[in-house]
Design a protein around this ligand. Structure first.
Ligand code: ADP
Ligand code: TMP
Ligand code: MG
Length: 192
């Protein structure tokens, strides 16, 4: 069922299943005959240029949006012009602050907005955009992965450079997958 205008946030560490959950939710709305679209940031070219792709291979076609204010405007414009009733945004943490107000306006105007993204960076510090969306959300889906060291629920993301924990002064944004990141629990998350 289409829940009407709401802001839903899917969050957690890498490999938690955020993208899988986002695709599942958008696909269900398409089965319910709602006009739905997915958006993703242009900097995330890990697996595909024009699709949202999960670490397990699940994929769905998406609008590719630059991670600047113009990109945020474009997302709103596409949604309004095409009359999308449901929109999903993957990797929401990569977009500028302006996306928060924009998504909330869309939800206020009746769009079912699903934003998916990392809550914390590799240091365990919040991504400001996700943090801001989380406190404004009508519904939060908090997912955990599996710690690669002990198998317990993982709530953190370990960045590895040449197999070693990345230092605190490593840049916040570094697109990557299994070669540079691992899901870890609090105990096994290391920031030298
Ligand atoms: P996210 O977008 O949160 O990074 P995805 O939906 O892209 O997650 O991928 C989830 C998939 O990642 C799982 O279905 C599983 O196949 C795979 N995976 C790889 N490593 C792990 C891990 N440590 N814990 C859980 N799932 C993992
Ligand atoms: P994922 O949550 O779908 O697995 O993707 C997260 C993306 O974010 C991936 O490209 C790696 C990137 N990333 C950063 O840029 N900085 C970080 O601190 C972390 C943890 C991930
Ligand atoms: Mg993902």
């Amino acid at each position: 069922m289409h829940p009407g205008g709401i802001l839903e946030v899917i969050t957690g560490p890498m490999f938690a299943g955020k993208t899988t959950e986002l695709i599942k939710r958008v696909e269900r709305q398409i089965f319910a005959k709602k006009k739905a679209a997915l958006f993703k940031p242009s900097i995330d070219n890990r697996y595909s240029e024009n699709e949202v792709v999960a670490h397990n291979g699940l994929r769905y076609e998406a609008f590719v949006i630059p991670t600047n204010v113009d990109g945020v405007r474009k997302m709103a414009e596409i949604t309004r012009k095409e009359g999308y009733e449901v929109i999903g945004v993957d990797e929401v943490q990569f977009f500028p602050d302006e996306i928060v107000g924009m998504l909330e306006e869309l939800a206020d105007s009746g769009v079912y907005v699903i934003a998916s993204g990392l809550n914390l960076d590799f240091k365990g510090d919040p991504f400001p955009v996700t943090k801001e969306l989380l406190v404004r959300a009508d519904n939060i889906i908090y997912l955990t992965a599996v710690c690669t060291v002990c198998g317990k629920p993982a709530t953190r993301t370990q960045r590895l450079i040449n197999g070693k924990p990345a230092p605190r002064d490593s840049p916040v944004i570094m697109v990557g997958g299994r070669e540079s990141y691992e899901a870890r629990c609090r105990e096994h998350h290391i920031v030298p």
